[in-house]
Design a protein around this ligand. Structure first.
Ligand code: HAM
Length: 417
């Protein structure tokens, strides 16, 4: 009896060839938009020191408290499969002295991330994000630029039912004062709050805005709003971002209840949602993180960026038929004796730059021709005992040919197509 089959872990998935082709479309659209705006690709390791995320993302966040895949590397160091990309990019910025380059340094990535979340439609334990980070400028134009670029990427991919929520969290000092105010308010209404929210009043009171139970929601409807407390340079910064988005024609809703699941944000935060998606409606989000680089041991450096989930883009986006790559030459052979000749011909064809395939399944000659039709081959070279023939699959015409003339003929056929 054979042992039971092994399945991919819960919350993970295989990217099968057709899906890989769809993902290539997303990658190309993102690359096109981002590189035209001066963003250069960066990739960081799939695992990092656990401390990077504890310090960067924040000890009080759900991600750090319960969603990280952390392990001992065997030498007493704790490593973590990266749950997000911003802290690693800031780590790389510091490690490679990128503050010495012309600022802002603009970087983008497309990589897998890992969170131990409850798996459901659109929420996985390994998922892919395309992300962009601009480091070294606190100009509100950077905030507006990143938002417009994400809007452009999503639009290019036909993501439907999009809405953009926008808010500002102000400075850390202002936020600390506001948190105290909110804590006091929540304590006043403790009896109406869910247990989960009540337990986290002191740790992370802002998360109460995210709660879905009716008791907490009612309390939160009357809660003080951070946006109403914005003042001075923070308020001016937010107004400048909004004004640029208006000029760029990007619609948004200012939403003081917007809560992001990461602690590093200062000032601008935003999230794109799609009505196409169910409960997991966030397609992409981000914001400004002016304290993060310094928090990780680097020079004081402002930053701003976003990440969008590839799977959610695909779920909410327009499906485009993926055209399989054309086969220009299919090499068929009549008998085993001609197999090496066929192998040599297909190798030469590929070296000449042709998309060529060789019969590999031991089919009869008739079966091989059928297969050539299935893969929509433009030409079939048929190696026979009496010498080769070339069949033009478009016209159906077949004629004898010198072995040495096959490639030139196929290349010529390609040019006139
Ligand atoms: P985030 O909001 O945690 O932000 O994730 C960004 C996007 O990744 C989400 O909008 C969603 O599309 C996708 N995503 C997150 N978790 C999952 C999951 N479990 N399954 C499928 N997709 C998921 C960040 O990660 C920040 N690093 C964004 C950022 C960049 N902020 C500044 N710069």
């Amino acid at each position: 009896m054979s042992p039971p089959g092994i399945q991919a872990p819960r919350g993970t998935f295989d990217v099968l060839p057709e899906q890989a082709a769809e993902r290539d479309v997303v990658e190309q659209a993102a690359r096109g938009v981002l590189e035209a705006a001066g963003y250069a690709r960066i990739e960081t390791p799939a695992f990092e020191a656990t401390e990077l995320f504890a310090r960067g993302v924040g000890e009080a966040t759900d991600i750090v408290r319960k969603e990280m895949y952390s392990f001992d590397d065997g030498g007493g160091r704790s490593l973590t499969l990266r749950p997000e990309g911003t802290a690693p990019v800031c780590r790389a910025y510091v490690q490679h002295g990128m503050h010495k380059l012309a600022q802002p340094v603009r970087l983008w990535y497309l990589s897998p991330f890992f969170r131990r979340e409850r798996a459901q439609a659109g929420r996985f334990r390994q998922f892919w994000q395309v992300g962009a980070e601009a480091l070294g400028s606190d100009d509100p134009a950077v905030d507006a630029e990143t938002i417009v670029l994400l809007a452009d990427v999503l639009e290019a991919l036909g993501v439907r039912g999009l809405g953009l929520r926008l808010a500002s969290l102000g400075s850390p000092e202002m936020r600390a004062a506001y948190r105290d105010e909110l804590r006091a308010y929540l304590h006043e209404h403790e009896d109406s709050l869910s247990r989960d929210v009540r337990e986290r009043i002191d740790l992370n009171p802002l998360r109460a805005f995210d709660a879905s139970d009716s008791g907490t929601r009612e309390v939160m409807a009357g809660a003080p709003r951070l946006l109403d407390r914005l003042s001075g340079p923070d308020a001016e910064h937010f107004a400048a971002v909004r004004s640029m988005l208006d000029r760029a024609g990007v619609a948004y809703e200012v939403d003081g209840s917007l809560v992001r699941g990461l602690d590093y944000y200062t000032r601008t935060v935003f999230e794109f949602e799609s009505a196409q998606l169910g409960a997991q409606s966030g397609v992409g989000g981000g914001g400004r993180y002016d304290g993060l680089v310094q928090q990780l041991g680097g020079p004081s450096t402002p930053g701003c960026g976003w990440a969008a989930g590839i799977e959610r883009i695909l779920l909410a986006g327009e499906r485009r038929p993926v055209v399989p790559p054309a086969v220009e030459l299919y090499v068929a052979f009549e008998s085993e004796r001609l197999r090496d000749d066929a192998f040599a011909l297909v190798s030469d064809a590929r070296r000449a730059g042709l998309a060529a395939q060789l019969e590999l399944a031991g089919r009869s000659l008739k079966g091989q021709l059928k297969q050539a039709g299935r893969v929509d081959a433009r030409f079939v070279a048929i190696l026979r005992e009496e010498g080769p023939a070339l069949r033009d699959m478009e016209s159906g015409e077949q004629r004898d040919i010198d072995a040495g003339a096959i490639l030139a003929e196929v290349l010529r056929g390609r040019r006139v197509r």
